[in-house]
Design a protein around this ligand. Structure first.
Ligand code: FES
Ligand code: FES
Length: 156
């Protein structure tokens, strides 16, 4: 048995990581965090995107045993992303929704970093493959969220 201590969504947890189990597998099977989707399973689609140390990471190709920084999944980011998810719903930014948790997690990192120009967003999310939509509504959702957050900030 090979145990690795992870910190996931703010809580420490010891998980079995023998055999280079992927972070996605641990999150889904052991921790029940099934918002982390596995589509391609080989680092090509971004459906499994989580934040590791605040940076987007594809959990399907990340060995859980090698993770030393804090992990945040879509579930743990639910509060922070509530407005963003509402914009996804308003704009029709998803159809089947399989790519959506990964898109939202990645977009949380973009919003934190202020990388929210339309072209920046489109380029950054190009690795989060959506087979249903044309991306326009996804990009619009992120940009609108950034604008609304900026407008809500108190002015000096
Ligand atoms: S499922 Fe991880 S990149 Fe596709
Ligand atoms: S909404 Fe279906 S893959 Fe993106």
């Amino acid at each position: 048995m090979t145990l690795t201590r992870l910190v996931v969504n703010g809580s420490p947890v010891d998980v079995e990581t023998a055999g280079l189990r992927s972070l996605a597998d641990v999150l889904r099977r052991d921790l029940g965090l099934t918002a982390t989707k596995v589509a391609c399973g080989r680092g090509e689609c971004g459906a499994c995107t989580v934040l590791v140390g605040g940076r987007p990471r594809m959990a399907c190709t990340t060995p859980a045993a090698l993770v030393t920084e804090e992990v945040w999944t879509s579930e743990g980011l639910a509060e922070e992303s509530a407005d963003l998810r509402a914009r996804f719903a308003d704009t029709g930014a998803f159809q089947c929704g399989f790519c959506t948790p990964g898109q939202v997690v990645h977009a949380v990192a973009l919003l934190r970093a202020g990388r929210t120009g339309p072209e920046q967003v489109r380029a950054a999310l190009s690795g989060n493959i959506c087979r249903c939509t044309g991306y326009q509504a996804i990009v619009e959702s992120v940009c609108r969220t950034a604008e609304e957050r900026a407008a809500a900030e108190p002015r000096p």
